[in-house]
Design a protein around this ligand. Structure first.
Ligand code: PLP
Length: 411
C-alpha cells in the first residue's frame, strides 16, 4: 500500500491567495461592470529592463548556433553571474563573498523552501508572525512542526515571534531556545525593517545558541533609509551563522523570468547529533548537484545584464516607480486617518484596519464598496489580525485611482 507524507495533512486548507482569487472571481462574475483594482498579490507589473531583454535575445541566438550552443550548465550557476553578484551585491558593501559561496537558482521561494532539507528534523524553528507563508508551510511538510492548534491558530512546536505595532515590528529574542530562525527584512508582509544594531542581536543570539539564521533579503533593493542593512553579512560574524537569500524577482521584475541566488558562506557550520561540525556549503552544494540542474543559460545572461551600467539605471528607474506608488499609498492612507507601517523601505504597506472590522471583513468591505483588492493580515499569521497589506506593484494610474476611491469611501 502506498502511503503519503502525512505531514501534508497538517497543512491548513486554503492557501491565502487562492481564497482571495476565488472571492475576487465571484465578485467580478456578479458585478461584471466593476473595475477591480488589484493591490493584493506581490507581483510586479512593469516589463523587464530592456538590457535584460537584449541579453535574452543575444543568448537565444547563441543557443541557435552549433558553435555557441550550451547544454547543461554548472548546477551552482555560471561563473559570469556568480562573479558579478560577488562584486556588485557584496564587494560594494565591503563584504567579501567568494563566488563558490553563491548558488544561483530559479527562485527564492524554492530556496527558502528547500533549504530545510539539509537540517535535522528535530530542530526548533522560529518565524516572525506575520510571515511569508513558505517558511512555515515547508517546515510543516518536513515534519518539523506539530499539529495545527485551532485555538490559537498556531502550529505546535513552532516559536512565533510576534511583530506588531506594540513592539514596533521588532521581534523579541525567543524565550525558549530555537535552532532555525527565519528573518525577512525588508519584511513581507509588514514592509518594516531592522537596523544594524537590532539585526546584530540576532547574530549574537545565533552564535551563543549555535543556531542558524535564514535571512531573506528579497526586498533589499527597496531600502531607501540610511543605517538599514542591505545584507546580514554587514553584521560582524554573520558569515558564521547566516544563510542569505536574494532574488531578482522584485529587484529586476524577474517574477516570470525566474532567477535568484542563495549565499552559503564557507564558515557556516552545523552539527551532527554527536556534535561533529559539518560545512553547510558542502551540504547545500551536494543537495543542489543531486536535485537541481541549474538555471537556464539564457536566464543567467539576463540576470548578468542587470549589473551593467544601463541595467543598473533601468532597474533603479523601475524600483523608483514602485517606491513612488508606495509613497502615494502611504500618504493617501495617512491623510484619511489610517495608521500605516512600511512602504518606506519596501513595496508593502501594512495598515491597521478600522476597529470594527477583522482583516477579512475589511477585505470584503474594500472589495464590495470600492472594488479594491488587498491582502488580509491574518492570512500571514495570527498576529496579522487587525492589519491589511497593500502593495505598490500596481500601475501608477491604478494606485492613484485606488487612493481616490478610498478617499471617497465611507469608513
Ligand atoms: N521571499 C519573499 C519574502 C517573498 O515575498 C517572495 C515573493 O513574493 C519570495 C521570496 C519569492 O521570490 P522568488 O520569485 O525569487 O521565488
Amino acid at each position: 500500500m502506498i502511503t503519503i507524507n502525512e505531514n501534508y495533512l497538517k497543512l491548513q486548507d486554503s492557501y491565502l491567495f487562492s481564497t482571495i482569487a476565488k472571492k475576487v472571481a465571484k465578485f467580478q462574475e456578479e458585478h461584471p461592470d466593476k473595475q477591480i483594482i488589484k493591490l493584493g498579490i506581490g507581483d510586479v507589473t512593469l516589463p523587464i529592463p530592456e538590457t535584460c531583454g537584449d541579453a535574452i535575445k543575444k543568448a537565444t541566438d547563441e543557443m541557435l548556433q552549433k558553435e555557441t550552443f550550451r547544454g547543461y550548465g554548472p548546477e551552482q550557476g555560471y561563473d559570469f553571474l556568480r562573479e558579478k553578484i560577488a562584486k556588485y551585491d557584496y564587494e560594494t558593501l565591503g563584504i567579501n563573498i567568494d563566488k563558490n559561496e553563491i548558488f544561483v537558482s530559479d527562485g527564492a521561494k524554492c530556496d527558502t523552501g528547500n533549504i530545510g532539507e539539509i537540517f535535522g528534523n528535530d530542530n526548533i524553528i522560529a518565524i516572525t508572525d506575520p510571515v511569508y507563508p513558505v517558511y512555515l508551510d515547508t517546515n510543516v511538510m518536513a515534519g518539523r512542526t506539530g499539529e495545527y492548534n485551532k485555538q490559537n491558530n498556531q502550529y505546535e512546536n513552532v516559536v512565533y515571534l510576534a511583530t506588531n505595532s506594540e513592539n514596533n515590528f521588532i521581534p523579541e529574542l525567543p524565550k525558549k531556545r530555537v535552532d532555525m530562525i527565519y528573518l525577512c527584512f525588508p519584511n513581507n508582509p509588514t514592509g518594516t525593517v531592522l537596523t544594524k544594531s537590532e539585526l546584530a542581536k540576532w547574530v549574537k543570539y545565533a552564535k551563543e545558541n549555535k543556531a542558524i539564521i535564514l535571512f531573506d533579503g528579497a526586498y533589499e533593493a527597496f531600502i531607501t533609509e540610511e543605517g538599514i542593512p542591505h545584507s546580514i553579512y554587514e553584521i560582524e560574524g554573520a558569515k558564521e551563522v547566516a544563510i542569505e537569500f536574494r532574488s531578482f524577482s522584485k529587484t529586476a521584475g524577474f517574477t516570470g523570468v525566474r532567477c535568484a541566488y542563495t549565499v552559503v558562506p564557507k564558515e557556516l557550520k552545523a552539527y551532527t547529533s554527536g556534535g561533529k561540525e559539518v560545512s553547510l556549503n558542502s551540504l547545500w552544494n551536494r543537495r543542489q548537484c543531486t536535485k537541481f540542474n541549474g538555471v537556464p543559460y539564457i536566464t543567467q545572461r539576463a540576470a548578468e545584464a542587470i549589473y551593467s551600467e544601463k541595467g543598473q539605471k533601468q532597474i533603479k528607474d523601475n524600483i523608483r516607480y514602485y517606491q513612488e506608488n508606495a509613497k502615494i499609498i502611504r500618504e493617501g492612507l495617512e491623510k484619511e486617518g489610517y495608521t500605516v507601517f512600511g512602504g518606506k523601505n519596501a513595496p508593502y504597506i501594512w495598515l491597521k484596519v478600522p476597529k470594527k472590522y477583522t482583516s477579512w471583513e475589511f477585505f470584503d468591505y474594500l472589495l464590495e464598496t470600492v472594488n479594491i483588492v488587498g491582502t488580509p493580515g491574518t492570512g500571514f499569521g495570527p498576529s496579522g489580525e487587525g492589519y491589511f497589506r497593500l502593495t505598490a506593484f500596481g500601475s501608477r494610474e491604478n494606485t492613484i485611482e485606488a487612493m481616490e476611491r478610498i478617499r471617497n469611501m465611507k469608513k
